[in-house]
Design a protein around this ligand. Structure first.
Ligand SMILES: Nc1ncnc2c1ncn2[C@@H]1O[C@H](COP(=O)(O)OP(=O)(O)OP(=O)(O)O)[C@@H](O)[C@H]1O
Ligand SMILES: [Mg+2]
Length: 441
């Protein structure tokens, strides 16, 4: 008998089983009818039936084959169609759920059917594979052999596969891909079958590289003065032992080297301290004008040595919420840089102005430190705030620089929700612009 599907059972797997059973039953009956017709024809040909009996038999067979399947199975066939529609609806709902899940994932994600055709994907996946579209085969979207192999292996083994993808274009990018079967082993070919999730490792790799570079740079910066100290100690113990002039000269250099090491360690400690408090917004009320006056006084000797005129007249009165010592460090480094790397006998102007924020509810204080020195070539500008980055390493070392000043400035300003911009024209000078939110009370 043809099985009667249970319309109340909404489990998609049961619906599909019943539908398949119904379909097989109908196919079996049709095969039976065809076999009976062939047998009857064979009997007639063989002569085992009189033509009249065969004619009656054939008419009866025709009538039976024409009406019986219809009569006996039409209601079941109708149910079969209904269940098929229900199963399709359930499958479409499943696909919609997957689309929703995938579109809410932050990482690039793609759902494939058992053939490797894309069923759904999220916008992040489009960033990686611009040709992503439902209905396209994954191999039309990427040629990355690692990913295509992982997809075919996941289909065959039904095990999670992972792979690493390194793209050079349009930008350098490293990703790790996980291809996971969705545990629908009895699924229809068009069901969601595989989930590909990609994780971008570019930023993580960059941080690992940065950390390694940082340790290498810091060791190098410390090793140089240390080697020089060691050399002078050996010379003093040996050749210069009895030479008071050489001893005095060497001791002076040794003191400079020791001071350089101390400065480097102070800068490293201050950078790590600022990083530790990066997410704590400073609350102290700080008068920026007073800070700049204080910094200008402490730098007066350096400015005099270089015959630089330091003009700090036009700073409007404004308080910001901040950490006074950290803001002193910011302006100390920026003004000292302008003097150190500016023109001998030149002029450094520190000016300020208040501007309203775009919503006109708050104010911002803009402080500019302008020098008329040789300026900075455009290719250096984006890297100036990197640790140990110097435009001219030898010049910076000669003036006692560690290359950490602007990295500290950037971190302090980030913590103060402030901003640093640098404009520079070769041969004309540089402008370092700090924008700070003004405190309301
Ligand atoms: N006003 C400026 N004009 C030209 N070059 C500048 C100026 N300010 C900074 N630079 C360049 O940027 C580099 C980085 O500056 P930064 O303040 O980070 O380090 P530094 O001054 O060398 O060392 P530190 O500040 O730790 O003593 C400097 O080495 C210098 O080459
Ligand atoms: Mg500096």
């Amino acid at each position: 008998m043809l099985g009667s599907p249970d319309a109340g059972d909404d489990n998609p797997r049961n619906i599909l089983n019943v539908v398949h059973a119904a379909r097989s039953n109908v196919i079996a009956r049709r095969a039976l009818l065809s076999a009976a017709a062939v047998l009857t024809a064979a009997f007639v040909v063989w002569g085992g039936l009189t033509p009249l009996a065969a004619l009656i038999g054939l008419v009866a067979l025709l009538v039976w084959s024409a009406f019986w399947p219809l009569l006996s199975s039409s209601s079941v066939m109708a149910q079969y169609e209904a269940q098929l529609k229900a199963a399709e609806a359930v499958r479409a709902a499943g696909a919609r759920i997957w689309t929703r899940i995938v579109s809410n994932l932050p990482d690039p994600a793609i759902v494939l059917d058992a053939e490797g055709t894309i069923l759904s994907f999220n916008p992040a996946a489009l960033d990686v594979f611009s040709g992503c579209a439902a209905g396209r085969h994954i191999s039309q979207v990427t040629r990355a052999p690692e990913l295509l192999t992982a997809v075919s292996e996941a289909i065959v083994t039904q095990d999670v596969q992972s792979c690493r993808l390194d793209f050079k274009v349009p930008v350098d990018r490293s990703l790790v891909g996980t291809v996971a079967p969705l545990m629908l082993t009895e699924s229809e070919p068009l069901d969601p079958h595989l989930l590909i999730v990609l994780r971008d490792l570019t930023e993580q790799d960059r941080l690992v590289r940065m950390r390694a570079d940082f340790v290498a740079n810091a060791s190098h910066e410390l090793r140089t003065p240390l080697a020089s100290l060691k050399g002078f100690v050996e010379t003093l113990q040996d050749a210069a032992k009895e030479d008071p002039d050489a001893r005095d000269r060497f001791l002076k250099i040794m003191l400079q080297q020791a001071e350089r090491m101390a400065r480097l360690i102070d800068d490293l400690l201050s950078l790590s301290r600022i990083e530790m408090h990066a997410h704590v917004v400073p609350r102290e009320r700080v008068d920026i004008g007073a800070i700049i006056t204080h910094v200008a006084q402490t730098l007066a000797t350096i400015a005099d040595d270089k015959q630089v005129t330091l003009d700090t007249q036009s700073i409007p009165e404004a308080n910001v919420s901040g950490d006074r010592d950290e803001l002193i460090q910011v302006f100390q480094n920026l003004i000292e840089n302008a003097i150190k790397y500016g023109r001998k006998g030149g002029r450094v102007v520190v000016s300020g102005r208040l501007v309203a924020t775009p919503d006109a509810n708050n104010k911002k204080l803009i402080i500019e430190i302008i020098d008329d020195g040789p300026g900075i070539a455009p290719e250096h500008l984006p890297r100036l705030t990197e640790r140990f980055y110097r435009v001219n390493a030898a010049q910076s070392r000669n003036v006692g620089g560690t290359g950490l000043g602007l990295a500290i400035v950037k971190h302090v300003l980030n913590r103060h929700q402030a901003d640093l911009q640098v404009d520079s024209t070769l041969g004309q000078g540089s402008t370092f612009r700090v924008t700070l939110p003004v405190r309301r009370n």
